[in-house]
Design a protein around this ligand. Structure first.
Ligand SMILES: Cc1cc2nc3c(=O)[nH]c(=O)nc-3n(C[C@H](O)[C@H](O)[C@H](O)COP(=O)(O)O)c2cc1C
Length: 182
């Protein structure tokens, strides 16, 4: 797939199945993340991989968060299943340097670019992904369990796997609504 086709046609896929990216393919995914634009070379990110037993650990963290909020059984059940929507979840965390001349927002943006680059690298190699946050990404229990402190943020849970359903068509959008010229 050439780069422009990837950029113009990428879709997120909700149904992701085994096998997860592995070996050189997975390494390429991480390397793509590490090529995200990075003001000041601060490498403001962490990638926490969950697969196999790791998905159960992540599910347990989400369940603990739901229970801490006294949420009803339906939500707790949903939380327990959430990570298993793909064979691999990469939690992308912005690891920021506070009080730096590079504003913190730019460091969060870098981590977001890393998430997008990793999704793109997965698609480029025949896999697919879905970037999710939900309320869990902002929950103190989840943050603490994953060692996310201070101004650091969970910018997303990047679900990755093999294509498990038909890809939806790309939305046609009218450029004139979004593009202006000074
Ligand atoms: C930071 C961020 C968080 C997101 N969180 C969710 C989410 O929790 N649930 C969801 O359904 N989509 C979420 N999305 C949107 C999907 O990843 C996806 O982009 C959207 O469904 C549109 O599909 P497309 O990427 O194929 O255009 C999020 C996107 C971003 C950038």
């Amino acid at each position: 797939m050439d780069a422009l086709s990837l950029l113009l046609n990428r879709r997120s896929l909700p149904k992701l199945v085994d096998p997860a990216p592995a070996g050189e393919v997975l390494e390429n995914i991480f390397r793509a993340g590490l090529r995200a634009p990075d003001h000041g070379g601060l490498t403001p990110w962490r990638f926490i991989v969950s697969q196999g037993e790791g998905l159960t650990k992540l599910a347990n963290i989400l369940v603990a968060a739901a229970k801490a909020d006294d949420l009803d059984d339906f939500v707790i059940e949903k939380a327990s299943k959430a990570p298993f929507r793909a064979p691999m979840v990469i939690t992308v965390v912005s690891k920021v340097t506070s009080d730096h001349k590079v504003p913190v927002i730019e460091q969060h943006l870098s981590a977001g670019c890393a998430a997008q680059a990793m999704q793109m690298a997965a698609v480029a190699q025949g896999y697919s992904g879905f970037w999710r946050t939900g309320s869990w990404a902002y929950h103190s229990v989840v943050r603490e369990a994953l060692g996310v402190t201070g101004e650091d943020m969970i910018v997303g849970f990047l679900y990755l796997g093999s294509i498990g359903c038909r890809e939806a068509k790309v939305h046609e959008r009218d450029l004139a609504q979004y593009v202006e010229y000074l």
